[in-house]
Design a protein around this ligand. Structure first.
Ligand code: NAD
Ligand code: UD1
Length: 342
């Protein structure tokens, strides 16, 4: 196939949604995932949704021999690299595990890509690399800084990619900085399936709604924001998936190599925690008991994207609303109260 893409971490939350979008856009996909934070059931469901088998290889991005075998067997035009660990608190407790997985793993992957002369790369970065922003909305030239090992691991990889682009002009390294991904596929068949108690807001709200958790704690109501609660740029995972397809199409249209290119994927609009809770309750008709609690260490008041670069370069902008995000999260949560576990 002339358009085969390796999707590392393709069994995970964002990866699984992106695999659907890639298939619909005509790409042939191979998923490479060690299932450390996902399940085969997610891949089975993606396969059912696209009505086609999916080639899945269980493997670790730190295993260069296994990767070589994959690259030897397939002719990829590029790699979308989702594989990584993502829990901020865990990264503080286990920094070596995070640097090993996210930094060493990415370097191993890039080394094998270089060996096989596959030099189109789309990397999952995060708005966390902007730290506590001085200016809103945040554009791609904003200063970068991080306060926890997870964020640092993303920032270090960004630096690696920048250096790589300088060393060899054949690389195309699109770095997508996601804001706050939420929502689920409109079918209710795939969605976010956190292990244990969720850290992030939307999965926490939906588990309160379904009765698995008693009450939401809203961390801080004294921020300098519209209602005192934190403000974030929530972006529907389906829009995010479309952003990856747009990034690949953009790469295919280029007549010269682009080097390192960071692009924000956000809606461009901030919503407060309280606004999201209220919207979720309204849209779903569920009661969401909450209490105000102390600010969470490391949190910032407000964070939202300038999405202009994604629009001008990729022709991409978020289409789905907060209502869609709540509706789709609730459909997934209520149809699958235990996630992918039966
Ligand atoms: P996820 O945990 O659902 O998916 C990550 C996938 O990578 C999982 O399927 C996991 O099993 C796999 N994986 C982890 N380490 C691996 C390894 N060493 N080898 C092979 N596979 C491995 O997470 P997600 O929410 O889909 O996030 C995808 C990417 O986007 C991650 O890199 C994450 O840091 C980044 N990101 C996520 C968010 C978010 O809020 N979800 C925000 C910004 C950036
Ligand atoms: C967090 C991570 C960030 C990561 C992103 C996606 C931190 C400090 N940042 O972003 O690095 O890229 O997730 O994985 O962990 N909130 C509550 N109650 C809750 C949960 C959250 O009030 O139970 C509030 C938070 O205080 C914040 C907002 O909801 O104001 C969003 O929180 P969350 O979903 O965890 O995302 P971020 O903190 O923006």
């Amino acid at each position: 196939m002339k358009n085969k893409i390796l999707v590392t971490g393709g069994a995970g939350y964002i990866g699984s949604h992106t695999c659907i979008a890639l298939h619909q856009a005509g790409y042939d996909i191979v998923i490479y995932d060690n299932l450390s934070n996902s399940s085969r059931e997610a891949i089975n469901r993606v396969s059912k949704l696209i009505c086609a088998p999916i080639e899945f290889i269980e493997g670790d991005i730190r295993d260069s021999d296994a990767l070589r075998q994959v690259f030897a067997e397939h002719q990829f035009i590029g790699v979308i690299h989702f594989a990584g660990l993502k829990a901020v608190g865990e990264s503080v407790a286990k920094p070596l595990m995070y640097y090993n997985n996210n930094v060493s793993g990415t370097i191993t992957l890039l080394e094998v890509m270089a060996e096989y002369k596959v030099k189109n790369f789309v990397f999952s970065s995060s708005a966390t690399v902007y730290g506590d922003p001085e200016i809103l909305p945040i554009d791609e030239n904003s200063p970068r800084s991080c306060t926890n090992p997870y964020g640092q691991s993303k920032l270090v990889v960004e630096h690696v990619l920048e250096d790589l682009a300088v060393s060899d002009s054949n690389w195309n390294l699109i770095t997508l900085r996601y804001f706050n991904p939420v929502g689920a596929h409109a079918s209710g068949q795939i969605g976010e399936d956190p292990n244990d108690i969720p850290n992030n807001l939307m999965p926490y709200i939906s588990q309160v709604a379904v009765g698995k958790l008693a009450k939401l704690s809203i961390f801080g109501n004294d921020y300098p924001t519209v209602d005192g609660t934190g403000v974030r740029d929530f972006i529907h995972v389906t829009d995010l998936a479309a952003g990856h397809v747009a990034a690949l199409k953009y790469l295919e249209q280029q007549t010269s190599n682009i080097g390192f290119m960071p692009i924000n994927l956000g809606s461009g609009t901030g919503s407060s925690v309280l606004e999201l809770v209220t919207a979720f309750a309204e849209v779903t008709g569920q009661n969401i008991p909450y209490q105000f609690a102390e600010r969470r260490a490391g949190d910032i008041a407000s964070c939202y994207a300038s999405a202009d670069k994604a629009q001008s370069l990729l022709g991409w902008q978020a289409q789905l609303s907060i209502t869609d995000m709540c509706q789709d999260t609730w459909r997934w949560q209520s149809m699958n109260p235990n996630g992918y576990k039966v």
